[in-house]
Each structure stands twice: as structure tokens, then as C-alpha cells.
Design a protein around this ligand. Structure first.
Ligand code: NAP
Length: 460
């Protein structure tokens, strides 16, 4: 149990009351954790046959499934996530371990004939100690989708959860070791980003940093990592577009779009917070979007019918409300606080904004959407790409050629056509531009946790 970093209270955002205390690690405890991970790496994990590692990852997956309800209840209490979503995310974490348990035996190298005769072949080798630093909006699934591929590839992991949401990461560490993961292979170190986060990134034994969080901290980590030429992958912020053409199933687009931005109370890097609607269907779209938004259930996270819980904290709510204040000359539908305690905020729809407005340009990380009409594809695409971010997005059209043309033109790492789905365990996930570097999930993630070694064999 760490204690050097002091104790802090965790506040339930639904009640604004403290419900747990957490001991944070300090520099010496962090150093011991990294040294322990390095020792576990050298003393066996890296050399364990891939099939043996896979067996352990399958066992972790099963353990997580067996404890899914408990994990979901912890997450829901900790960050106010609706229990139904928290259950889905607990199941997603288990599936990620299962996927990489199966994937590692299919992660092949190459055999390359070389011009001078003979051939080279490639090996994917683990890097060593990987630092995984994760945010508070999807604490459990993101902890899993960093740990599972890193471990499958033979690395050891030091996982630093966000200060607001350490509980499910700690439970993941316990359950993984109960499932048979050798001591030291996965270390979970709660503590403050500015102190132990920085120390972790700069630790000489850490070879790779896999970070999910804000673009600002991602850039800071990149700078810290530069001195040691450490490998870095970054999953950062977003301001994703949702593009609706007049030939689409407009009713379906309009009624499903609210949850593409308001799910997780808008605290989602993939939130489709900039909606572009072709002018001829704009009024119809807005009418249905507003009605569907009003029908969403805002309520207590423990109610299975709740779709939108509180924000993660009252401070986060104030930050979101600050953005709404900057937009008060625009038409805003909703965005008010329900009566009673808790960091609740009803979803806000902003109409009539300009592309220079802060609400349109900046990542708000709360339940706020802007909807604007467009007249022609070229101008719309210029506005779509006029953003430092490029993470996700949706395109609604029944014209296949247009769908493919627009999908190629949008500067985003992840897109969906006639859907709002962003995350698939089997497919790469990550951003263009300031939304990130490298990819999580799919087979691509394994590349990010390995070095490729080329070995030449002479046939002379
Ligand atoms: P954040 O403030 O950047 O924090 C993310 C993590 O970094 C936390 O564990 C934090 O620890 C740690 N950290 C903070 N300062 C650090 C430092 N100097 N050195 C090392 N680590 C440090 O982000 P957040 O507010 O938790 O999460 C929201 C952001 O994450 C949004 O921008 C969102 O778009 C992004 N996000 C991106 C994705 C994606 O896949 N692209 C997914 C989810 C979220 P503390 O909590 O202790 O400060």
C-alpha cells in the first residue's frame, strides 16, 4: 500500500460526498514499482512462451468477467458513470484481454529475401517496462486496452490511473495477479500526475510511455520523453464532426446523434460535438435532435435506466458552464442544472454559432453540442478539417461514392459511416494531428509495444 504521496478523499459526483480514501505513491514507491517491473521482466516474463502468456491473459479475462458487476459498481460510484454503461465497459475490458491472449500467437514477423543473397527475418521483441498513464473518463477499459497488448507482447507494465479515478485500475491489478500474473509484472501506482507521472515518464528504466489524456499533457510527456528517445504513444483530445447529408436517413441520424455527443455526459474524446447538417434538412434534423435529447434520462448513476449521470466533479461542471457563458449570445437549448445535489448538467444544444466560437473550436468535455448548416461539400470539409484535432467522426449519407470520398477527406483516425460507433477491439483506434500519435487496439497496438529486430542469415 503506497503512502508517501499522502491520502486523498474520493468524492462521489452524484452526492458530492466523500466515499473512499486513497493512498498515493511518492517518488521512492514509484521507483520501487518500476524496479520491480524491470526485475519481473528480466526474471521470466519476457522469456515466457507466448502461449503461456496467452493462458494467463485468458485467465485474467475470465476473472474480470467473474467480477464484472463489482468492477462496474466501483466505477459507477467513483466517477458517476451510469451503471449500464459501466457494465458494458467492464465487459469490454475482459474482451480486450481475451483478444490479446488470442492475438499474440498471430502477430507475425516477416521473411525478407535480400539483394546480396540469403534472407532477413524479423522478430517482434518486448521493450521492457511500459508506463501506462490513463484518464478518468473511461478508466477501466483504457487501463485494459493499454495493459493487455503490452503484457501479451512480453512487457511489464506500470499503470498510473488518474487521481480522480484510481479504483478500478487497482482492482485490475489485484485480479490480474489472482488470475496467475506473476508478481511485479503489472504494477498499479496511484498518485499525482505532476509528481509521480513526471517521474514515471523520466524513469531511466521506462522504455515506452503509452498515454491517454489531454493534448496539453500529451505534449508535455513528449517533451519529457525526448531526452531518452523513449517510445511514446498518445491518445489525446478531440472535437469530432458529425456530418449529415440530405440523402441520409435523416431521422435515424437525428435520433441517434444525441448519444454520440452526450454519452458519458459528453466526457468522451470521440464526442461528435460539431454537427454539420445539409441546409435542406437542417430544420427537420434539429427538431428531431432536440426531441431525442429531451427524451434522454438524466439521473442517478445506480439507476439502470439512466443514460446521463453527473459530470465527474463540480469543478468539471463549472468548466463546462464557462464555455456556455462564452456562447450566451447564441441560441442555447438546455444546459441548466437540475435541482438537488450532484454534479449534474442537462445537455446543451448550441445553434447559430460561428466557426470562430470557443464552443465550436475547443474540446469542452461535457454535454454540449453545436449544430450548423452547410451548403456545399467543399466548404463543409474545409470547416471540418479546420481543427487541431482529428480523432473521430460520423458521416451520414446513402450515396456510397460520397461516403468514401468524404471519409478519405476528413482528417480523423477513426470514422463511422451511418453509425456513431468508434471503438472496436479488433480495429486500430487513434488520432490524426493533435489527437495523438500511434494506435491503441487491434493488431496495431502490438506494434506499439514491441521493437522490430531484423536478423540476417547468410546462405553462402
Ligand atoms: P489529463 O489531465 O491529461 O490526465 C491524464 C492522465 O495524465 C492522468 O492520469 C493524469 O494524472 C496524468 N498526468 C497529468 N499530468 C501529468 C504529468 N505532468 N506527467 C505525467 N502524467 C500526468 O486528462 P484527463 O482530464 O484525465 O482526461 C481527459 C482528456 O483525455 C481529454 O482531453 C480527452 O479527450 C482525453 N482522452 C483521450 C482519449 C483518446 O483515446 N484519444 C480517450 C479518453 C480521454 P492526474 O489525474 O493525477 O492529474
Amino acid at each position: 500500500m503506497p503512502r508517501e504521496g499522502g491520502r486523498r478523499e474520493l468524492i462521489d459526483p452524484a452526492t458530492e460526498e466523500a466515499f473512499a480514501q486513497i493512498s498515493a505513491a511518492g517518488p521512492a514507491e514509484l521507483d520501487r514499482a518500476v524496479a520491480g517491473a524491470q526485475q519481473a521482466f528480466e526474471s521470466g516474463w519476457r522469456d515466457l512462451a507466448a502461449g503461456k502468456r496467452a493462458e494467463i491473459l485468458f485467465a485474467i479475462s475470465k476473472k474480470l468477467r467473474d467480477h464484472a458487476d463489482e468492477i462496474a459498481a466501483i466505477e459507477s460510484r467513483n466517477i458517476g458513470k451510469p451503471i449500464t454503461d459501466a457494465k458494458d465497459e467492464a465487459a469490454l475490458g475482459a474482451r480486450v484481454f481475451e483478444y490479446y491472449a488470442g492475438a499474440i500467437s498471430k502477430f507475425f514477423g516477416e521473411t525478407i529475401p535480400v539483394a546480396s543473397g540469403g534472407f532477413s527475418f524479423t522478430l517482434h521483441q518486448p521493450m521492457g517496462v511500459v508506463a501506462a498513464i490513463v484518464p478518468w473518463n473511461f478508466p477501466f477499459p483504457i487501463a485494459c486496452w493499454k495493459s493487455a497488448p503490452a503484457l501479451a507482447a512480453g512487457n511489464c507494465v506500470v499503470l498510473k490511473p488518474a487521481s480522480l479515478s484510481p479504483l478500478t485500475a487497482l482492482r485490475l491489478g489485484e485480479l490480474a495477479h489472482k488470475a496467475g500474473l506473476p508478481a511485479g509484472v503489472l504494477q498499479v501506482v496511484p498518485g499525482a500526475g505532476g509528481t509521480i507521472g513526471d517521474a514515471l515518464v523520466q524513469h531511466p528504466l521506462v522504455r515506452k510511455i503509452s498515454f491517454t489524456g489531454s493534448t496539453e499533457i500529451g505534449a508535455h510527456i513528449m517533451r519529457l520523453a525526448a531526452g531518452g528517445i523513449k517510445r511514446v504513444s498518445l491518445e489525446l483530445g478531440g472535437k469530432s464532426p458529425n456530418i449529415v447529408f440530405a440523402d441520409a436517413d435523416v431521422d435515424k441520424a437525428a435520433t441517434t446523434s444525441p448519444m454520440s455527443v452526450f454519452a458519458n455526459t459528453g466526457q468522451d474524446c470521440c464526442a461528435r460535438s460539431r454537427v454539420f447538417v445539409e441546409r435542406s434538412v437542417f430544420d427537420r434534423f434539429v427538431e428531431k435532435f432536440v426531441a431525442a435529447t429531451r427524451a434522454l434520462t438524466v439521473g442517478g448513476p445506480d439507476d439502470p435506466n439512466t443514460q446521463l449521470g453527473p459530470l465527474v466533479s463540480t469543478q468539471q461542471r463549472e468548466k463546462v458552464e464557462g464555455f456556455l457563458t462564452t456562447a450566451k449570445s447564441r441560441e442555447i437549448i438546455g444546459g441548466d442544472r437540475p435541482a438537488g445535489r450532484g454534479a449534474y448538467l442537462r445537455p446543451a444544444i448550441v445553434l447559430g454559432c460561428e466557426t470562430s466560437d470557443a464552443v465550436w473550436r475547443e474540446e469542452i468535455f461535457g454535454p454540449v453540442v453545436c449544430i450548423r448548416p452547410f451548403d456545399d461539400e467543399t466548404t463543409m470539409l474545409r470547416e471540418v478539417n479546420d481543427s487541431p484535432y482529428g480523432l473521430s467522426g460520423s458521416i451520414w449519407t446513402n450515396d456510397l461514392k460520397r461516403a468514401l470520398r468524404v471519409a478519405r477527406s476528413v482528417e480523423s483516425g477513426v470514422l463511422s459511416i451511418n453509425s456513431h460507433s468508434s471503438v472496436h477491439v479488433e480495429a486500430p483506434f487513434g488520432g490524426f494531428k493533435q489527437s495523438g500519435l500511434g494506435r491503441d487496439l487491434g493488431m496495431n497496438a502490438l506494434e506499439g509495444y514491441t521493437e522490430t529486430k531484423s536478423i540476417y542469415i547468410s546462405e553462402e
